[in-house]
Design a protein around this ligand. Sequence first.
Ligand SMILES: C[S@@+](CC[C@H](N)C(=O)[O-])C[C@H]1O[C@@H](n2cnc3c(N)ncnc32)[C@H](O)[C@@H]1O
Length: 273
Amino acid sequence: MESIKQLNIDNRSYNLIVDLGCGDGGITKHLFGKHLPHKRLVGIDVVDDMISYARNHNMDDTIEYVKQDMSIGWPEIASPRVRQLDGTVDLLISNFALQYMPDKCQVMNTCSRLLSSTTTTTTTNTGGIFHANIAILPDLNKKLVTTKGPPKQWYPTIDKQIADWKQSIIANQLDIKQLMTIDYDWTIDRQSMIDFMPVIQSNYRSFFKNQSDFEAELNDHLSDTLFDAFVNPTAPDPKPNAWQQFIADTTVTEVVVHFITIRVTAVKQKQIN
Ligand SMILES: C[S@@+](CC[C@H](N)C(=O)[O-])C[C@H]1O[C@@H](n2cnc3c(N)ncnc32)[C@H](O)[C@@H]1O
């Protein structure tokens, strides 16, 4: 919740807000819906269960939930409701969802496309506003243990990931107003860590060109590397069996995972006619 409050979203009146990757709608309704004056708020998520849960538990008169994969290119987006939002959104918020999108430039193109070029609601004279918290994943290159040959180096450094996000935002007619890097320490209980591992793995899908290259890396060794990178990011040497040791040692009841987040505010460039 702190991460959202720190987005410092101006609580002026908005015609249309989109929450991209809204999950179960809890934050959509209780934070964005309750605290940001608006006419309409649309939550979008790719997972059926999330949308069903949101519709059943987090509805309100002004809120609607739409199922759509937002990682695909604009021409392929099939939802008529999402297509209707083209160029009309005053405020696009995304909390810890964009890191799942394999093609940063493509998703930023969609965000820019959705945002209005002029706000129609207020005294301020800007284009639509984009606020996001995006997880940056630890640099695995230092943690990859290779028995033969050079390390694979398939993984971009933290600086490269941040530079890629910046580039993708700027390349899509959005002016960055603020971009902060924040260190996160998150204490997580044993079972949640075990449940979270496949989610962490899915984040890394974005760095592979295709699903089969990604699946080829999905073995115990990747879990060891990911766990080591999240839990011991500054340790000088890789711990080759970090995940297997955690699983075997049931006395470990919680761990602290460390990662970096970028908090971005950007504004759609106004269209000059
Ligand atoms: C970590 S959750 C965050 C949920 C919510 N924003 C919150 O802060 O509670 C990330 C969400 O992004 C959604 N997501 C991942 N990939 C997506 C995609 N391609 N299109 C739309 N939503 C996606 C997931 O289904 C998940 O609900």
